[in-house]
Design a protein around this ligand. Structure first.
Ligand SMILES: [Cu+2]
Length: 360
């Protein structure tokens, strides 16, 4: 009897909790309301099954308690009951699967018209590329990646030069227009996910994947990497601002083309290099230590190493830590930073200069 009471409380509590939970969907900001509907349908199907099965168990516990001299009947075959159960569960499974398959079918069919943008993932930062005036993405190659060419674009491909590069994790998109995204990863598996758009897609090294959505609500939304991609996974965040068409155009015109970034000098661009290489995912500029020590007020300070040794944070130490990060591990941090051995002296100087500007 105690079991029946506890089980009844659990069933009623579960149903009530689902009705009043504050942890519900955020307001929908894209065309993908169909995914919310499939989740609600799934909740209803599984919810009704949960209440029925639990109710049946509770009923049996009350109705058929142990009684001296009574024995339950052994009935291994009951064609009528099996037929009913088969029909009902088949209908349940169909209702669970069909709406999702219909929505998924729309999701993977890219529209003909829309604004194209490429999302690029790397440990642990996002960047973006628009195809530019010609509407065609320039060719890319993994062999062409460098700190000056973080998108690996082919400078000899005429389609590359007008490509617009967003070398930070913040991108703008226009409202009420189809956005057709191509995704690629520079290193490991990532997953591009905007919860308010109900849209997500894996990034697979060596492949292009696609997704599309139509933003329907002005605002700024967080992009979260939804595929565990290493120690800095939690810090792999970006922002999408949905603008009016006019505001979006104004913003887009201010962004550099690939041709423009090729002509940039290295001096004064330490911050840019740090952003595009993803340094900022682990090293903050605001005094908060992350996966790595913060850069704020680090220059000129002393630092204790894991070995117990005390070192001065100067240009030599900074450059060595970039090129050969495990040479001197700061105490309290894991030796996980990848080596950036291909950076030129000018680039190393630029980063060191930038870190210097963050100290008084
Ligand atoms: Cu990731």
């Amino acid at each position: 009897m105690a079991f029946a009471i506890v089980a009844t409380i659990i069933v009623i509590g579960t149903v009530l909790w689902n009705a009043v939970t504050p942890w519900w969907f955020t307001p929908l900001a894209s065309n993908w309301g169909a995914f919310d509907q499939t989740i609600i349908i799934s909740l209803w199907v599984t919810g009704v099954a949960f209440v029925l099965v639990s109710g049946f168990i509770i009923y049996c516990v009350i109705k058929f308690p142990y009684r001296e001299g009574h024995k339950s009947e052994y009935e291994p075959e009951n064609t009528k009951l099996e037929l009913w159960l088969t029909v009902i569960t088949t209908i349940g499974v169909l209702v669970l699967l069909a709406p999702g398959l219909i929505a998924w079918n729309d999701y993977v069919a890219l529209p003909d018209e829309g604004i194209e943008v490429e999302g690029v993932g790397q440990q642990w930062v996002w960047s973006y590329r628009f195809p530019g005036e010609d509407g065609v993405y320039g060719n890319t190659s993994g062999r062409l990646f460098s700190s000056k060419n973080t998108f690996g674009l082919d400078p000899n491909d005429p389609n590359s030069l007008d490509d617009i590069l967003i070398r930070s994790a913040e991108v703008h998109l226009p409202i009420n227009e189809n956005v057709i995204m191509q995704l690629r990863s520079k290193d490991v598996l990532h997953d591009f996910y905007i919860p308010q758009f109900r849209a997500k897609m894996d990034l697979v090294p060596g492949q292009h994947t696609n997704l599309w959505f139509e933003p329907t609500l002005l605002g700024t939304y967080e992009v979260a990497c939804a595929e565990y991609c290493g120690t800095g996974h939690f810090a792999m965040r970006g922002l999408i601002t949905v603008d009016t068409k006019e505001d979006f155009q104004v913003w887009l015109e201010k962004q550099p083309t690939f041709a423009q970034t090729l002509n940039e000098g290295v001096e004064g661009s330490g911050k840019q290099i740090a952003q595009t290489l993803g340094c900022v995912a682990c090293h903050s500029d605001n005094g908060v230590n992350g996966i790595g020590p913060t850069w704020k007020d680090s220059f000129g300070s002393t630092r204790e190493l894991a070995s117990g040794e005390i070192v001065l944070v100067d240009e030599t130490y900074i450059k060595e830590s970039i090129v050969n990060p495990t040479a001197k591990i700061a105490s309290g941090y894991a030796p996980i930073m990848p080596a950036y051995a291909t950076l030129s002296d000018e680039e190393l100087d630029a980063i060191a200069d930038y870190i210097k500007t963050l100290s008084n």
